[in-house]
Design a protein around this ligand. Structure first.
Ligand code: CA
Length: 219
Protein backbone atom coordinates (compact mmCIF):
# COMPACT_ATOMS: atom_id res chain seq x y z
CA UNK A 1 0.00 0.00 0.00
CA UNK A 2 1.38 3.34 -1.03
CA UNK A 3 1.09 6.36 1.25
CA UNK A 4 1.91 10.02 0.80
CA UNK A 5 3.29 11.70 3.90
CA UNK A 6 3.11 15.51 4.04
CA UNK A 7 5.26 16.70 6.95
CA UNK A 8 7.68 19.63 7.20
CA UNK A 9 9.46 18.49 10.37
CA UNK A 10 12.50 16.48 9.25
CA UNK A 11 12.84 14.40 12.42
CA UNK A 12 9.15 13.54 12.73
CA UNK A 13 8.89 12.80 9.01
CA UNK A 14 11.93 10.53 9.06
CA UNK A 15 10.58 8.62 12.08
CA UNK A 16 7.13 8.15 10.54
CA UNK A 17 8.52 7.07 7.17
CA UNK A 18 10.98 4.61 8.70
CA UNK A 19 8.34 3.13 11.03
CA UNK A 20 5.73 2.70 8.31
CA UNK A 21 8.25 1.19 5.90
CA UNK A 22 9.11 -1.37 8.57
CA UNK A 23 5.39 -2.11 8.64
CA UNK A 24 5.46 -2.88 4.91
CA UNK A 25 4.02 0.37 3.55
CA UNK A 26 5.50 2.20 0.58
CA UNK A 27 5.92 5.78 1.80
CA UNK A 28 6.61 8.87 -0.30
CA UNK A 29 7.31 12.06 1.59
CA UNK A 30 6.91 15.73 0.69
CA UNK A 31 7.66 18.65 3.00
CA UNK A 32 5.23 21.33 1.94
CA UNK A 33 1.65 21.91 0.95
CA UNK A 34 2.06 23.07 -2.63
CA UNK A 35 4.27 20.13 -3.55
CA UNK A 36 1.75 17.80 -1.94
CA UNK A 37 -0.97 19.27 -4.10
CA UNK A 38 1.01 18.80 -7.33
CA UNK A 39 1.92 15.26 -6.45
CA UNK A 40 -1.66 14.36 -5.52
CA UNK A 41 -2.82 15.51 -8.94
CA UNK A 42 -0.37 13.38 -10.88
CA UNK A 43 0.29 10.29 -8.74
CA UNK A 44 -1.88 7.66 -7.08
CA UNK A 45 -1.79 6.92 -3.36
CA UNK A 46 -3.84 4.65 -1.15
CA UNK A 47 -3.83 7.11 1.72
CA UNK A 48 -2.62 10.57 2.70
CA UNK A 49 -0.97 11.49 6.01
CA UNK A 50 -1.32 15.24 6.36
CA UNK A 51 0.30 17.67 8.77
CA UNK A 52 -1.66 20.92 9.25
CA UNK A 53 1.10 23.48 9.90
CA UNK A 54 2.96 23.45 6.59
CA UNK A 55 5.02 26.01 4.68
CA UNK A 56 3.57 27.20 1.35
CA UNK A 57 0.03 25.98 1.66
CA UNK A 58 -1.62 24.99 4.92
CA UNK A 59 -2.77 21.40 5.43
CA UNK A 60 -6.42 22.34 5.78
CA UNK A 61 -6.37 24.21 2.44
CA UNK A 62 -4.70 21.23 0.76
CA UNK A 63 -7.42 19.01 2.19
CA UNK A 64 -10.33 21.26 1.19
CA UNK A 65 -9.01 21.60 -2.36
CA UNK A 66 -8.44 17.87 -2.59
CA UNK A 67 -12.07 17.18 -1.67
CA UNK A 68 -13.42 19.90 -3.97
CA UNK A 69 -11.59 18.18 -6.84
CA UNK A 70 -13.61 15.08 -5.99
CA UNK A 71 -10.60 13.11 -4.72
CA UNK A 72 -11.77 10.50 -2.17
CA UNK A 73 -8.34 9.30 -1.04
CA UNK A 74 -8.48 8.51 2.72
CA UNK A 75 -6.79 11.23 4.81
CA UNK A 76 -5.39 11.08 8.33
CA UNK A 77 -4.40 14.43 9.84
CA UNK A 78 -1.26 14.29 11.96
CA UNK A 79 -0.78 17.41 14.00
CA UNK A 80 0.27 18.90 17.31
CA UNK A 81 -2.95 20.94 17.43
CA UNK A 82 -5.03 19.14 19.98
CA UNK A 83 -7.97 21.49 20.58
CA UNK A 84 -11.36 19.94 20.00
CA UNK A 85 -12.16 22.76 17.55
CA UNK A 86 -9.09 21.83 15.45
CA UNK A 87 -10.16 18.19 15.31
CA UNK A 88 -13.71 19.12 14.37
CA UNK A 89 -12.48 21.52 11.69
CA UNK A 90 -10.13 18.90 10.24
CA UNK A 91 -12.77 16.19 10.10
CA UNK A 92 -15.36 18.55 8.68
CA UNK A 93 -12.90 19.64 5.99
CA UNK A 94 -12.87 16.05 4.76
CA UNK A 95 -10.34 14.16 6.88
CA UNK A 96 -11.20 10.57 7.79
CA UNK A 97 -9.19 10.44 10.97
CA UNK A 98 -7.10 12.65 13.20
CA UNK A 99 -4.06 11.80 15.32
CA UNK A 100 -2.45 14.23 17.76
CA UNK A 101 1.37 14.35 18.04
CA UNK A 102 3.15 12.75 19.69
CA UNK A 103 1.52 9.46 18.80
CA UNK A 104 2.57 5.85 18.80
CA UNK A 105 3.58 4.51 15.38
CA UNK A 106 1.79 1.24 16.06
CA UNK A 107 -1.44 3.16 16.55
CA UNK A 108 -0.88 5.10 13.33
CA UNK A 109 -0.27 1.85 11.40
CA UNK A 110 -3.43 0.32 12.89
CA UNK A 111 -5.51 3.38 11.95
CA UNK A 112 -4.12 3.23 8.41
CA UNK A 113 -5.08 -0.44 8.13
CA UNK A 114 -8.55 0.33 9.49
CA UNK A 115 -9.11 3.06 6.91
CA UNK A 116 -7.83 0.94 4.03
CA UNK A 117 -10.14 -1.85 5.15
CA UNK A 118 -13.11 0.47 5.19
CA UNK A 119 -12.18 1.88 1.78
CA UNK A 120 -12.11 -1.58 0.20
CA UNK A 121 -15.29 -2.68 1.99
CA UNK A 122 -13.40 -5.35 3.93
CA UNK A 123 -15.37 -6.36 7.03
CA UNK A 124 -12.63 -8.34 8.81
CA UNK A 125 -8.96 -7.54 9.52
CA UNK A 126 -7.84 -10.54 7.47
CA UNK A 127 -8.68 -11.04 3.79
CA UNK A 128 -9.82 -14.49 2.74
CA UNK A 129 -10.27 -15.76 -0.80
CA UNK A 130 -10.36 -19.35 -2.05
CA UNK A 131 -8.51 -20.71 0.98
CA UNK A 132 -5.84 -18.00 0.97
CA UNK A 133 -5.85 -15.84 4.10
CA UNK A 134 -3.85 -12.60 4.19
CA UNK A 135 -3.51 -10.70 7.45
CA UNK A 136 -2.20 -7.13 6.91
CA UNK A 137 -1.57 -6.47 10.62
CA UNK A 138 0.32 -9.68 11.32
CA UNK A 139 1.94 -9.71 7.85
CA UNK A 140 1.05 -13.33 7.37
CA UNK A 141 -0.30 -15.33 4.46
CA UNK A 142 -1.61 -18.86 4.69
CA UNK A 143 -3.14 -21.22 2.18
CA UNK A 144 -5.33 -24.02 3.53
CA UNK A 145 -3.95 -23.37 7.01
CA UNK A 146 -0.30 -23.56 5.88
CA UNK A 147 1.84 -20.45 6.51
CA UNK A 148 3.49 -19.11 3.36
CA UNK A 149 6.48 -16.77 3.75
CA UNK A 150 6.47 -13.95 1.17
CA UNK A 151 8.88 -11.13 0.34
CA UNK A 152 7.58 -7.62 1.19
CA UNK A 153 6.79 -6.86 -2.47
CA UNK A 154 5.08 -10.22 -2.99
CA UNK A 155 3.00 -9.50 0.09
CA UNK A 156 2.07 -6.01 -1.15
CA UNK A 157 1.14 -7.37 -4.58
CA UNK A 158 -1.00 -10.14 -3.15
CA UNK A 159 -2.75 -7.67 -0.84
CA UNK A 160 -3.50 -5.39 -3.79
CA UNK A 161 -4.92 -8.25 -5.86
CA UNK A 162 -6.96 -9.71 -2.99
CA UNK A 163 -8.45 -6.36 -2.02
CA UNK A 164 -10.91 -6.68 -4.90
CA UNK A 165 -10.94 -10.21 -6.24
CA UNK A 166 -12.02 -10.22 -9.84
CA UNK A 167 -10.66 -6.74 -10.59
CA UNK A 168 -7.96 -6.77 -13.25
CA UNK A 169 -4.86 -4.73 -12.40
CA UNK A 170 -2.58 -3.55 -15.19
CA UNK A 171 1.17 -3.90 -14.79
CA UNK A 172 1.56 -0.11 -14.76
CA UNK A 173 -1.00 0.27 -12.00
CA UNK A 174 0.62 -2.45 -9.92
CA UNK A 175 4.04 -0.83 -10.33
CA UNK A 176 2.61 2.49 -9.23
CA UNK A 177 1.09 1.00 -6.08
CA UNK A 178 4.15 -1.07 -5.14
CA UNK A 179 7.02 1.32 -5.70
CA UNK A 180 7.72 4.75 -4.27
CA UNK A 181 9.90 7.48 -5.76
CA UNK A 182 13.55 6.59 -6.00
CA UNK A 183 12.93 2.87 -5.75
CA UNK A 184 14.51 1.10 -8.67
CA UNK A 185 11.96 -0.85 -10.71
CA UNK A 186 13.25 -3.51 -13.08
CA UNK A 187 11.18 -3.61 -16.28
CA UNK A 188 9.98 -7.15 -15.47
CA UNK A 189 9.55 -6.55 -11.70
CA UNK A 190 5.82 -7.28 -11.64
CA UNK A 191 6.22 -10.52 -13.63
CA UNK A 192 8.95 -11.62 -11.22
CA UNK A 193 6.71 -11.05 -8.19
CA UNK A 194 3.76 -12.80 -9.87
CA UNK A 195 6.04 -15.72 -10.66
CA UNK A 196 7.20 -15.81 -7.02
CA UNK A 197 3.61 -15.81 -5.76
CA UNK A 198 2.61 -18.61 -8.15
CA UNK A 199 5.56 -20.69 -7.02
CA UNK A 200 4.48 -20.31 -3.38
CA UNK A 201 0.68 -20.26 -3.68
CA UNK A 202 0.17 -22.54 -6.66
CA UNK A 203 -0.41 -21.52 -10.26
CA UNK A 204 -4.21 -21.42 -10.07
CA UNK A 205 -4.64 -18.44 -7.75
CA UNK A 206 -3.35 -15.51 -9.83
CA UNK A 207 -4.51 -15.37 -13.41
CA UNK A 208 -2.93 -13.51 -16.31
CA UNK A 209 -5.42 -11.61 -18.44
CA UNK A 210 -3.52 -11.40 -21.69
CA UNK A 211 -2.74 -7.87 -22.79
CA UNK A 212 -4.54 -6.39 -19.76
CA UNK A 213 -2.97 -7.48 -16.47
CA UNK A 214 -3.48 -9.76 -13.49
CA UNK A 215 -6.22 -10.73 -11.10
CA UNK A 216 -7.00 -13.43 -8.58
CA UNK A 217 -9.24 -16.25 -9.69
CA UNK A 218 -12.87 -15.29 -9.05
CA UNK A 219 -14.72 -17.57 -6.64
CA1 CA B 1 4.30 21.14 10.72
Amino acid sequence: MRLLLVEDDAMIGEAIRAGLRRDGFTVDWVHEGQTAEQVLKTDTFDLLLLDLGLPGKAGLAVLSDLRSRGDTVPVIILTARDAVSDRVQGLDAGADDYLVKPFDLNELAARIRALLRRKSGQPTPAMEHLGVVLNPAAHTVARDGQDIPLSPKEFALLQLLMERPGTIHSRARIEQRLYGWGEEVESNAVEVHVHGLRRKLGTDFILTVRGVGYRVRPS
